[in-house]
Design a protein around this ligand. Sequence first.
Ligand code: FAD
Length: 359
Amino acid sequence: MTVLDVVVIGGGQAGLAAGYHLRRRNLSFVVLDAEASPGGSWQHMWDSLHLFSPAEHSSLPGRLMPAQAGETYPDARHVVDYLGDYEKRYDLPVQHGTRVEAVRRDGGGLLVEADTGTWRAAAVISATGTWSRPFLPAAPGRADFAGRQLHTVRYRSPAEFAGQHVVVVGGGNSGAQIAADLALDGRARMTWVTQRPPRLLPDAIDGRALFDVATARRQALEAGLPDTGGVAALGDIVAVPPVRAARDAQLLDAKPMFDRLTTHGVRWPDGSAEDVDAVIWCTGFRPALSHLAPLNLRRERGRIPTEGTRAVHEPRLHLLGYGDWTGPASATLIGVGRPARDAVREIAALRQHGASPPQ
Ligand code: FAD
């Protein structure tokens, strides 16, 4: 069995940012990643997806993302290439094709059991993201619907819906972008439904400005000043160019949620029914944490309480990249560097105070 200072679980951007800081501190580590190749969940995004920030504002620590020729906002393929290059450049020991099944306490350390072997470490950084846990809300009639239902994670392009009536559910970024993708393509008839009226951010606000807003909020809270409300106070949806184009062409008017699904479609609140071929649920994700179940750390609303990135009830475990829950903007490319650095700093301090790799 291999014994290390740290095992990082997940080799997406969060796991790589952790790897960067672990290298700098000369800690022994491995990154175990379920994907066969580099790029984390960016490998699975739909064809037309572009970042909501320019390249230089989508960078991990140490290496600026290069601009993509002809694109202000790079596409997902560009991010995959960047992450693959990042892995190589810093010689990060990423073991692809390795799925971690369980993390257990084992004397002074933690035991990490994967489908390809077992590792023992003084500390674990879990960075498994949310993509592998799509969330589908309860919806009356869902089991009766004879058409196609898919979540964001299975959407690729409008081509496969040509000639169909498609309902897109969800008022977040994924819902707005997939609705815009279908509407601008025009081969499918698209109806967008949201639980609340969608709130588009002002056009001037892209991911770069959002990061500044999140940073200002963190600084205010750290200084004991009143909460600025952060990004949520401004809106939910970044008006990326395709969303703007669809909005300006009056193609992006959302309807309130349907009451229920029927065998062949939906029933609207006014009692009318309509045939539908496919429903795309853009209804979010949950953190992929099942490998941590043996540690029994979940508390209120299924969350693992953390202080910064450290699990309150298991100080040898850090969580990285799942959302604001583990640090402001930590689920973004530009935002994960800081919590990654802090997590590694804490682990290094723990080691200095005697927690060497368990034998
Ligand atoms: P992931 O990229 O999901 O990586 C996690 C890795 O862990 C994966 O490789 C997975 O296979 C692996 N894994 C999971 N479980 C296990 C296990 N048990 N054992 C081993 N490996 C495991 N952020 C931005 O900064 N800019 C944007 O424009 C932007 N747009 C987005 C658009 C969409 C549609 C979505 C969903 C998110 C977007 N984000 C954006 C947010 C965020 O940057 C991405 O979600 C990003 O992929 C999160 O990185 P991660 O490393 O936390 O997780």
